[in-house]
Design a protein around this ligand. Structure first.
Ligand code: DAH
Length: 337
């Protein structure tokens, strides 16, 4: 009997060894260890053995054989599982050696290029680069910029409010910043004048994308605070910037306008060599209320501010007709610049 048990065990182990898929191992699991399996069959014959000792010895041998077979099935299953995984990983792996030869080199995105060139030009004019958060408080984004609750100019910003409220703030008073102007306030509160900063960054409005609008876009803000700053300093800075950024053949002008955070306010335009004018952004002398919100005495300090879109600069520079093209990340488009 013991010999039969060993033979059945060895036959089972040999079958398991030959199984070459998870499915065939599962089939063996059922056939070898189930009621109809050879070891189970032998077990039913134990009662027919003549002595207790023989029954005991054969029973023990069957149980050991069953354990051995069970362990072998598990081991084979694990082995095949690993092999299957390895095969899958290998099948899905990218063969990077395909790209031998001259590696193609990437470059900064159009918007990043414009952003960095703007920073370079303003650093050249003596400005420093400042930053602020993209999720802003209502106070920094509107109130401190002379747009209290209910101010009609708020209607021009299709604001995205967020549910989150920082400690001490009411919910519904936190926004995705609609412009880079809140960085003016943060800078005034953080550093002593004289202040000469530009703040490039991402801004958000509830706009439907079209050829000239994106709900996420980029602006650059400028702020100067010093003693005896006048509108002439503003006009001179805009002109110096225009020539440095666009070239000596370009010139600029200010046109009266209105912004709540500046007084007087202006739009600034640039003139191309062909004589045509192009509106670029807003600017003006920092409103006394804004200076006060920034913790400064308007009797001592004065300043100017300006802000314009970076994406526009990129589309203009490269004659891109549709601003959306810049954000779909089609490599064939991006590679051209
Ligand atoms: N924040 C304005 C906007 O998003 C742009 C702007 C206008 C910024 C006048 C300024 C400014 O600093 O003085 O439309």
């Amino acid at each position: 009997m013991i010999d039969e048990i060993r033979a059945a065990r060895d036959a089972a182990l040999a079958q398991i060894e030959r199984a070459d898929s998870i499915e065939s191992v599962s089939a063996l699991d059922t056939s070898l260890l189930g009621k109809k399996g050879s070891l189970a069959q032998l077990k039913t014959q134990l009662g027919g053995l003549p002595t207790i000792d023989e029954k005991k010895a054969a029973g023990q041998a069957v149980n050991e054989a069953l354990q051995t077979v069970t362990a072998a099935i598990e081991a084979r299953r694990a082995e095949l599982g690993e092999a299957a995984l390895l095969a899958k990983v290998q099948a899905e792996a990218l063969d990077l050696t395909e790209f031998v030869g001259k590696p193609t080199r990437g470059h900064a995105h159009l918007v990043t290029q414009a952003w960095e060139r703007l920073e370079d030009v303003f650093i050249g004019l003596g400005f420093q680069v400042a930053e602020g958060p993209e999720v802003e408080t209502d106070w920094h984004n509107f109130e401190a910029l002379n747009m209290g609750a209910g101010h009609p100019a708020r209607g021009e910003f299709d604001t995205l409010f967020v549910d989150h409220a920082p400690p001490g703030e009411q919910p519904g008073r936190t926004v995705l910043r609609t412009h880079t102007s809140p960085v003016q306030i943060r800078t005034m509160l953080e550093q002593e004048p004289p202040i000469y900063i530009v703040a490039p960054g991402r801004v958000f409005r509830r706009d439907t994308p079209d050829a000239t609008h994106m709900p996420v876009f980029h602006q650059i803000e400028g702020l100067v605070i010093d003693r005896d700053i006048t509108m002439a300093d503003l006009a001179g800075t805009i002109e110096a910037f225009t020539k440095a950024f666009f070239g000596a053949e370009f010139t600029s002008r200010l046109r009266p306008s209105y912004f709540p955070f500046t007084e007087p306010s202006a739009e600034f335009d640039i003139q191309r060599p062909d004589g045509s004018w192009l509106e670029l952004g807003g600017c003006g002398m920092v409103h006394p209320n804004v200076l006060v919100a920034g913790g400064l005495d308007p009797e001592v300090w004065s300043g100017f501010a300006f802000g314009f879109g970076i994406d526009r600069m990129a589309t203009m520079r490269h004659q891109v007709d549709d601003i959306r093209d810049m954000f779909v990340n089609d490599i064939r488009f991006i590679e051209q610049f």
